[in-house]
Design a protein around this ligand. Sequence first.
Ligand code: GLU
Length: 284
Amino acid sequence: MAKSPPGLYRGRLAPSPTGLLHLGHARTFWVAAERARRAGGKLYLRNDDLDAVRFRLDYVDAMIEDLRWLGFQWEEPMVSQSGRRPLYRAALEKLHAAGFIFPCTRSRRDVAEAAGAPHEGAGADEPVYPPQFRPPAGAPLSPLEAIISINWRFRVPDGETLAFVDKHAGPQSAVAGRDFGDFLVWRKDDVPSYQLACAVDDAAMGITEVVRGADLIKSTFRQLLLLRALGHAAPDYFHCPLVNDASGQRLAKRHDALSLRALREQGRRPEELFAEFAAGLSKP
Ligand code: GLU
């Protein structure tokens, strides 16, 4: 990646090619593109294509075509996560050597049963990993070679309050071990987790501000821990409110009627969409 002058704004669009982009993506990416443009900075396109099960090549093509239709411009080449495994693997080795991670043979079901109902906190998106399932702190770790068949988790600093000031949503905080627990960094099918790949890439790409949907605020706490453990400074974060459909439901990839494709076929123009976004979100 080309080096840019210190202080230069560097943002990114990071779609996953697991479905068609919809109106919610368009709004988040419009905010990201506007913020990069106003700052006179650079914008990158990162293709989050690590999910081999849901990944489809035609979705990559569709995503690029839709982003071009919206008129966005980004620095070439596009960054594809599937081509960056050595980087993630190096980060995993670093975390392993420093004792931040441990192997976990428990199933999702074991975890859900032992954890009980998720705590109603800022990070309540998955059950908190039961501490009794952890190996004792400082216990000798199995070698990393075992990664091909074992999940590896990050041991969170229990009781520590993680905080950041979101550029859109304001002050955010969560308590490690209460609002979220030990989380996956590498999956037993030999794939880095989203949290690890995202933290590694945001640092490696020199991203200065992450603009994304508010559903990922809870992931930010995990990424802050990873960035710190890997010795990287954290970027700024700007989490956009989610776009809901007419019945108040959050937009998902299954809302095909609101896919950018469908809107384009209905004759909608990007300028109209942007005008609506600008009217609805006072602070891009
Ligand atoms: N690829 C992720 C998604 O589509 C977004 C990751 C991010 O912006 O950090 O949900």
